[in-house]
Design a protein around this ligand. Sequence first.
Ligand SMILES: [Fe+2]
Ligand SMILES: [Fe+2]
Length: 292
Amino acid sequence: MKKKRRNEFRKALRDVKNLPTLPGIVTKLTRMAEDPDTSTEQMGKVIGRDHILTAKLLRLVNSAFYGFPQTISSLNSAIIILGFNVVKSLIISASIFEIMEEQDLELWEHSLGCAVVCNILARRLGVNEPEEISTAGLIHDIGKVAVKMELPREHDRITRMVQDEAISRREAEHKILGLDHAEAGAWLAASWNLPARLVEPIACHHDPRLAKDEQLASSIVHFSDIFIRGLGYCHGDDKWVPPLSSRAWRLLDLSPADIDAMLEEVEEKLWDVKGFSLEIRSEIEGEEEDPG
Ligand SMILES: [Fe+2]
Ligand SMILES: [Fe+2]
């Protein structure tokens, strides 16, 4: 491939003109979180100003998706019970839910499924703040949305190549663009100022060996992506289940019994979660239309 063309694709994906931006509140919260003097009350005030986001956040917190043991009925208790970092991840998830859902329902289902597996696996492994890993799972393929929106012609060529040559989407992306959606997704996440803890698992979800600081999170997302594909939640004509990285497998240290138990848990949770998106959308839209 000519280097010039490849640089053009890079530039188009880095500029992201056609994708919705994340609400400014996400950047603001990320900045506030870095300042040790910021209080919980200040954060609560910033989030609370956005009523729709607060409603979405509470819906998400209380959904089967996360399965917290108690009902959380206010923003302040969410911050106190879950901690600010978790609330921030949930806000990112709530914002990206919409973008994914609007763009590509099948990809959204795959992503939601991946997030469910990430959550279950992260809890099993006793990882700190498993919700953050669920968020990484939810947005791991966001680069596919970027390719579709920013390079629609190439996106169609990639889709055709996947069908005609029976290769994986990632291979077709490399052939046509000279890069893949993992790389594009990491640029997008960085342009949204998402924390490195989310950016690296997106960048490395097809090859967790590349991860520097987030080996475990990247391996969890990698495994969950493959697991959910194995259950039939693929994307488009790309029916391939990619090979599992042996290093990730060693790091996760799962037994066949663990996998069996996870399968049961995932299937049950997927049923609970499937109708969730529609519920959140219609209710919030209803509230917007009906101010009384
Ligand atoms: Fe992917
Ligand atoms: Fe994926």
